[in-house]
Design a binder for this molecule. Sequence first.
Ligand SMILES: [Zn+2]
Ligand SMILES: [Zn+2]
Length: 250
Amino acid sequence: MPALTLTVFGCSGTHIGPTRSCSSYLVQYEDYRLLLDCGNGSLANLQRRIDIDDIDAVLLSHMHADHFADLFSLYYARRLRPDGPLPLDVYGPAGAQAFIAQLLPDDDIFPTVCHFHVAAAGDTLQLGPLSIQLFASNHPIETLASRIEVDGKVLAYSGDSAPTPAMVDCARDADLFVCDATWLERHRPHPDGVHMTGAEAGAHAAEAGCTVLLLSHIFPSNDPAEVAAEAAGSFDGTVMVAEDLQDHVL
Ligand SMILES: [Zn+2]
Ligand SMILES: [Zn+2]
């Protein structure tokens, strides 16, 4: 039986930690492989599991470095192959290509290797067998949350987000909800419109009726067990903490 699988290649919030790379997740169904975000350090984990040539597409949630920095490495790996460049489809918010290209020479062949497609909240993408609905996260810059459906299974990914009703819609009845849980309640006040606490992630999962909540993007100095305890206080379903190279079969 083909199964929808999520593999964590990076789950550290904001900056890389001693055992966690920055945000990146592989979504796999049959032979199709979608990379959700490509944060710093994550490409090392990716190569422990799959061949770089086997990535079919990348979906970038937003243009913060902890979600796209390793796209530079991925680009060079796909460009400098003995058999010649292997193009890669990259989906992301408007302006993503120009933003990344600022760090490359003007005549760089980056756009001929990474084929960018503009994605926006409200869009539904069909990538291979995956149907992907995009929602607006609540974050200081345009950020896309994704609801991925295939074969009756639902996987939701918040990207970076503060509380928002849109995230409840995104994660409605999800089998697995990967949610930003950067912060702890006891460290309040936090800036508005940036991230969630563990308790807030749990409250969203409860309202959405999710089965499993996977807490991610936890700030490196926060204790994941404490974040999980917060989430369990507001969500009766299964609460898990993301770890690099962890697999989740839906
Ligand atoms: Zn982030
Ligand atoms: Zn961010």
